[in-house]
Write a protein that binds this ligand. Structure first.
Ligand SMILES: Nc1ncnc2c1ncn2[C@@H]1O[C@H](COP(=O)(O)OP(=O)(O)OP(=O)(O)O)[C@@H](O)[C@H]1O
Length: 457
């Protein structure tokens, strides 16, 4: 009877926690039975037991009681550490490790209790362009395995530029190539949390064993551990131990190692040992490529939705840098169009995404436009603002007004005022003039395009 109850509780846990969390945390547990109102489990490592105890014991207790087995407590004891399965072909050399054996047997691949991987974040789904080609190539190299050539691979870049996507892609690909590879992906925050837990439960041995037994360790957002001294210390030792064993490490952060304040110098220097690559802000072509790829996959969910030509281009122009926002915009467009049953025209897109477009507008300011235009045409900013009408100054001024109208949400009178106190009709004239010239004068078209890119970069 006892195992039946546990079986039902397991089913509920699988539904409630999701397959990944269930696999990582619950499957490795062995239910030993009830003893004086206590439900007893064996966990393969102290670390795993502590984690489950802290995060899920209330839930497990509640589910037991829902299934007619009232217990006062749920307890997790650690089973004796087992020899690790040789994971990378180095049979016999594998360190002693407490490993979630039940799980590895069940799936045929020894998984580690890392953060769940997003099934969408694969190399296939990653669109490569100039700004991210080096990061992508380095990530691919790591995923292919073979001799470790750069350690660590350090990926950095601004918000939503694909760091996490690339790390998950490495994990998927490495596992595809070698189902036995022990790949551990987690955020620096989770690393710290686990370490603190290990300290709290006086079980740092299991923690160390776990982290030192992987083939690929990936830690996302490492800037998080800046200023956290004991976590940094442990991270440093883990890092060195893995490098010594020639195991691959992949780290991401929002800044280059040297720029992370509060990170110990010795860690900064270790992080710079390997290959440091940055993901640059996206450019127009990459954004358009990403939108086209994502639109194709959205189209599978919403076959009834059609997107008018020019809409993706418009979004790629207007929503710069952050891919997450770009994706969100597209998802919203599809959902909206599917609900209201209308084709997504430019007007529909503008209306539906007004808030996002407003928010991204703020990035380009009129001052910046004036400065960049002055630089580009090699004239002074004061010339642009002056009453001078000479062509060499008037044309750049018109280009500036055109850019202000198309890249910001400022009104015509406001733009006129900022360009040296001019009337709004002057701005209308300038916008029209540049629109006309762009189609007949390739130099103007190029100037406008180049300035727009610089401003949006
Ligand atoms: N080149 C790309 N091709 C396809 N999708 C991309 C690309 N770059 C980013 N994305 C998508 O953008 C979203 C944000 O990417 P990701 O989470 O990897 O960003 P990040 O750099 O880790 O950001 P953060 O600093 O916020 O953690 C994800 O949905 C990801 O799939």
């Amino acid at each position: 009877m006892k195992t039946d109850v546990w079986g039902s509780v397991q089913d509920r846990l699988r539904d409630d926690l999701g397959a990944d969390a269930y696999k990582n945390w619950i499957e490795p547990l062995v239910f030993e039975g009830f003893e004086a109102n206590v439900a007893r489990f064996k966990a393969p490592t102290g670390f795993l037991g502590n984690w489950v105890s802290r995060n899920y014991s209330d839930k497990i207790q509640m589910l037991f009681s829902e299934h007619g087995a009232d217990v006062a407590r749920v307890e997790f004891a650690t089973s004796v550490a087992k020899k690790a399965v040789a994971a990378n072909g180095s049979a016999g050399k594998a360190p002693k490790v407490a490993e979630p054996v039940a799980q590895s047997r069940a799936t045929g691949s020894p998984e580690l209790p890392g953060a769940p991987l997003d099934a969408r974040f694969t190399f296939d789904a990653f669109v490569v362009g100039k700004p991210n080609e080096l990061a992508h190539a380095a990530a691919r190299r790591v995923a292919e395995g073979g001799p470790v050539t750069f350690n660590p691979l350090f990926l950095y870049g601004g918000v939503g530029l694909g760091k996490t996507h690339l790390m998950h892609a490495i994990a998927w690909e490495a596992r595809r190539r070698n189902p036995d590879a022990r790949v551990l992906y987690l955020s620096a925050e989770q690393f710290m949390y686990r370490f603190v837990q290990a300290l709290r439960f006086k079980d740092t041995m299991s923690f160390k064993e776990l982290f030192r037994s992987v083939d690929i360790l990936m830690v996302d957002d490492v800037q998080f551990i800046a200023g956290k001294d004991s976590t940094q210390d442990e991270f440093f030792h883990t890092f060195n131990a893995l490098v010594d064993q020639n195991k691959q490490i992949v780290i991401s952060a929002d800044r280059a190692p040297g720029e992370i304040d509060g990170l110990e110098e010795r860690i900064k220097s270790r992080l710079q040992w390997g290959l440091v690559v940055d993901l640059h802000p996206t450019d127009y072509e990459l954004r358009l490529g990403i939108l086209q790829t994502k639109a194709e996959s959205q189209a599978q969910h919403y076959p009834e939705v059609s997107i008018a030509s020019g809409v993706l281009e418009f979004l790629a122009h207007r929503i710069s840098t952050n891919v997450r926002v770009l994706e969100g915009a597209l998802t919203r467009l599809y959902a909206f169009a599917s609900l209201v049953g209308r084709e997504v025209t430019l007007d529909v897109a503008q209306e539906c995404l007004a808030d996002i477009l407003r928010a991204t507008d703020r990035k380009v300011t009129i001052d910046e436009i004036i400065r960049k235009v002055a630089d580009h045409y090699n004239i002074r900013m004061t010339d642009i603002l002056s009453p001078k009408r000479a062509r060499a100054v008037a044309r750049p001024r018109q280009v500036g007004m055109f850019l202000a109208k198309t890249l910001t949400s400022k009104s015509l009178p406001e733009i006129g005022r900022r360009f040296g106190g001019r009337d709004h009709t002057t701005v209308i004239h300038a916008v029209k003039k540049i629109e006309e010239l762009r189609s007949v004068d390739s130099q103007i078209a190029e100037d406008v395009e180049m300035l727009r890119r610089m401003l949006e970069a």
